[in-house]
Design a binder for this molecule. Structure first.
Ligand SMILES: [Zn+2]
Ligand SMILES: [Zn+2]
Length: 154
């Protein structure tokens, strides 16, 4: 399993391969130190039961989607269809746009679920069983400030 730690000082994403029981890492940008403690199921890539960063046990699932990639497909399609439109080929122009939307949809469907920690926003990628529920704003509103208080941001 791979854990992406989110630095609470500068917001950098720090990908870490899970190995051993604990691991000390430093943020590459601001130098903040993190001591990660991996639970047995996390080490075995079985499930995400406890967050190695904040030790919280509240998670949600989201699709592992890079929004930048989706936007790139649409932007390229707009350029191409703009060219067809210029030459009066509107039907082809609309077809290109519709095709790009379909590509985005197909990519989105094939994506795997990703577990995210409500408190510290750490992300977990692996072949484990995704047990968490979908994102719940109410839970996030309660747990995020709690974590920010423990790391001294509020
Ligand atoms: Zn940092
Ligand atoms: Zn966490």
């Amino acid at each position: 399993m791979e854990v992406t730690v989110v630095c609470y000082q500068c917001g950098s994403a720090l990908p870490v391969e899970v190995s051993g029981e604990s691991l000390q890492i430093n943020c590459g940008r601001c130098g903040e130190a993190f001591l990660l403690k991996f639970s047995k199921p996390v080490r075995g890539d079985e499930k995400v039961d406890r967050c190695p960063v904040c030790e919280g046990d509240d998670f949600y699932l989201r699709k592992d989607f890079d929004p930048k990639m989706g936007v790139t497909v649409i932007v390229i399609a707009i350029f191409i269809s703009g060219g067809f439109y210029y030459y009066g080929l509107d039907l082809i122009a609309y077809g290109v746009l519709a095709g790009a939307a379909l590509i985005d949809l197909a990519v989105y469907r094939r994506l795997k679920d990703l577990t995210v920690c409500y408190r510290c926003h750490a992300e977990f990628r692996g072949d484990y069983e995704p047990l968490a529920g979908p994102f719940d704003l109410h839970t996030a509103d309660e747990l995020e400030p709690e974590y920010e208080r423990t790391v001294g941001k509020r």
